[in-house]
Design a protein around this ligand. Structure first.
Ligand SMILES: [Zn+2]
Length: 112
């Protein structure tokens, strides 16, 4: 499927934080595996960045998946943009992490 069309489809959905529709120019396609597309969208109104997965099939309307609940959207509304340091911290955390993924997500870990 053509990437421009995918972007126009994503542009029809609204930012989960402020309700503004995404703009085609602010949508990046990260990649896809068969009909599952991964995208990044930046809201032009509130500058919230969102990662999206969309199942796009030729004969059906796309289904969007975001991993954030409404409560999480509220929680992250006032947090600043992700910096290179944040990514590096996460990289270091995952590099040193010894355990399995279910355990990773079952425990709270501090952010400092
Ligand atoms: Zn927004």
């Amino acid at each position: 499927m053509e990437e421009g069309l995918i972007k126009r489809l994503i542009a029809s959905i609204k930012c989960g934080i402020c309700g503004q529709c995404y703009e085609v120019d602010n949508i990046s396609i990260l990649g896809h595996r068969q009909s599952l597309w991964y995208l990044r969208a930046l809201c032009s109104a509130c500058h919230t960045q969102c990662l999206l997965a969309a199942v796009i099939k030729e004969d059906r309307l796309p289904e969007f998946i975001t991993d954030l609940t409404n409560a999480e959207l509220d929680k992250f509304r006032d947090i600043g943009v992700l910096t290179a340091d944040d990514v590096l911290d996460m990289h270091n955390f995952l590099r040193d992490f010894r355990g399995d993924v279910p355990r990773l997500f079952s425990q709270e870990f501090s952010t400092n």
